[in-house]
Design a protein. Structure first.
Length: 145
């Protein structure tokens, strides 16, 4: 009888250790799970359209800056995916800014962007991504790039 009781206690201790390890693993991965769930939920609301904007260097820098600020609002573990997506769009604008900076003969550029919209917590989050310069403007007019 004592042997059976010892076996039951061992089995119970093993179960407790297993549960504690399981809870620790879950706690460590909870932010990743929340981020994944947040992204999957938001993907259902995603809308993408194409817009074209004529921007000079200062406007482009301002747009890039405002998009970086927007990305910072979502720099949490739960919305890390959104922060990354918005920030990637801003980083792509750096190339356009550099192009206009290094080519002062152009005073503006016509840039085609994807406008991405998500609904997060009942609010619409909109940002630009995948920008491509399609034309540049100089004193002689518009020119295809």
């Amino acid at each position: 009888m004592a042997v059976v009781e010892k076996e039951k206690r061992k089995s119970f201790r093993g179960l407790i250790v297993f549960l504690v390890i399981g809870v620790i693993i879950l706690a460590v991965n909870l932010p990743k799970i929340q981020n994944f769930y947040s992204e999957r939920t938001a993907q259902k609301t995603k809308e993408v359209s194409t817009i074209t904007r004529n921007l000079n260097l200062n406007q482009l820098i301002s747009l890039e800056s405002s998009q970086i600020q927007l990305s910072k609002k979502y720099d949490t573990r739960i919305t890390e995916w959104l922060h990354d997506e918005i920030h990637d769009g801003a980083r792509a604008m750096i190339d356009h800014t550099a192009y206009l900076s290094h080519n002062p003969e152009y005073d503006s550029a016509k840039i085609q962007f994807s406008l991405v919209k998500y609904t997060i917590d009942g609010k619409t989050v909109a940002f630009l991504t995948n920008g491509k310069i399609i034309q540049v403007h100089s004193e002689s007019g518009w020119k295809d790039k």
